[in-house]
Design a protein around this ligand. Structure first.
Ligand SMILES: Cc1cc2nc3c(=O)[nH]c(=O)nc-3n(C[C@H](O)[C@H](O)[C@H](O)COP(=O)(O)OP(=O)(O)OC[C@H]3O[C@@H](n4cnc5c(N)ncnc54)[C@H](O)[C@@H]3O)c2cc1C
Length: 346
């Protein structure tokens, strides 16, 4: 065994993870508690790792006078099959408009606008009002680039490409910080901190096909479990129903976003049938993610999948130019694997 070398550093707050949650936490700390010392520990590049960058679709918020918080809340409960924690759902729909304004006005995010200069809000499945704020189909890149710019202004100490391993507690059981591993040097370190914020996101790599960034391996959840902390609603993993099947390519699992179904895309099984007619004849492809994911799965296990083992999504009826204008990112991605969303099924 080689000698294990430990370094130690001390801070007030250690934020673990530098996606949307981690960087928003950093910026809020800078505003409300500017004297605190903050260290950001990130397994990937700070502000350029995690899933927030991968967000294509956008965020739902009530901004139009014709829409209402009550309606958004009702849509959220209905889509959640009434399993939602209603307090959390209420906070989500209430806070969403001010977060959009914060992202725009304080951090400089540029979202799509209508010709009369209002924020453009597009249709999303499960929503009874067009309320999804977005930047084309590359919303996450816009948000994370701006948050990263702001984080550089704040200038925390950054431990990049450093993996948090475990929480550390003092003799009385009080939190003392965490242990980390620097991927480049192979060195271990101890970060002594009064507060540790875990913003490491979820864990999807336990599935053969998954959309999230590959460094999302459930570390934060595992750290909490090992420390005997309470975690909740672990069964509530989200399954995004549409993505690329590209054999061994790393693009397998890349999301073909919800906005496609919102814009009228058809889902077809291997027999060319628009199978959502069977499962949700009213909402069809605009049904919620869980219903569309289950329906597609039933088609596939029922022997009506494609030879690649999936189903197809088709939006070519909008016309190639329109598809390319609205969903340029996804068109490019399908072309990388020899298909073309603007002219054919993917
Ligand atoms: C393809 C895709 C599309 C999506 N589209 C939408 C959408 O349209 N609308 C929407 O609302 N949501 C969408 N989501 C969900 C959304 O991206 C996530 O809910 C959100 O980004 C999670 O933010 P986060 O900051 O918690 O995690 P992330 O942004 O994933 O950040 C996690 C951070 O933790 C770091 N990390 C992980 N483990 C460790 C460790 N052990 N030590 C140190 N650092 C660690 C990572 O490097 C990363 O910096 C989408 C998700 C995906 C994958």
């Amino acid at each position: 065994m080689p000698d294990v070398q430990y370094d130690t550093l001390e801070t007030d707050v250690a934020i673990v993870g530098s996606g949307g949650a981690g960087l928003m936490c950093l910026l809020h700390l800078a505003r409300h508690a500017p004297t605190l010392d903050v260290v950001v520990v990130s397994k990937g590049a700070v502000g350029r790792s995690g899933c927030t960058r991968m967000v294509q679709g956008g965020f739902n918020a009530v901004l139009d006078p014709g829409d209402s918080i009550d309606l958004h809340f009702q849509d959220t409960l209905t889509a959640g099959g009434y399993l939602n924690d209603q307090e959390l759902a209420w906070s989500l729909v209430n806070d969403a408009p001010s977060i959009i304004h914060e992202l725009e006005w304080e951090y400089g995010c540029v979202f799509d606008r209508t010709p009369d200069n209002r924020l453009h809000q597009k249709a999303f499945a499960g929503q009874s009002f067009d309320r999804t704020v977005h930047r084309g189909d590359l919303t996450g890149i816009e948000i994370m680039s701006r948050l990263r710019d702001q984080a550089l202004r704040v200038g925390p100490r950054e431990l990049e490409d450093v993996r948090a391993l475990d929480l550390v507690f003092g003799a009385e059981g009080e939190l003392a910080g965490l242990t980390v591993l620097d991927a480049a040097s192979g060195r271990f370190a101890v970060v002594l901190a009064k507060v540790v914020v875990i913003a490491t996101g979820g864990s999807a790599t336990m599935y053969r096909i998954a959309a999230p960034a590959r460094e999302k391996t459930g570390d934060g959840i595992a750290m909490c479990l090992r420390a005997g902390l309470e975690v909740r609603d672990m069964e509530m993993l989200q399954f995004h129903p549409t993505g690329l099947l590209a054999g061994e390519s790393l693009l397998t699992g890349a999301v073909l976003e919800e906005g496609l179904r919102g814009a009228g895309a058809h889902l077809l099984n291997g027999l060319g049938e628009r199978f959502m007619e069977r499962y949700d004849p009213e909402r069809l492809e605009r049904s919620t993610r869980d219903v569309v994911a289950r329906s597609s799965y039933l088609e596939i296990v029922g022997g009506r999948g494609t030879p690649a083992g999936g189903v197809l999504i088709d939006i070519s009826h909008l016309g190639a130019e329109e598809v390319e204008r609205r969903f340029g990112g996804m068109v490019k991605r399908t072309r990388l694997i020899g298909r073309d969303l603007s002219t054919a099924c993917a």
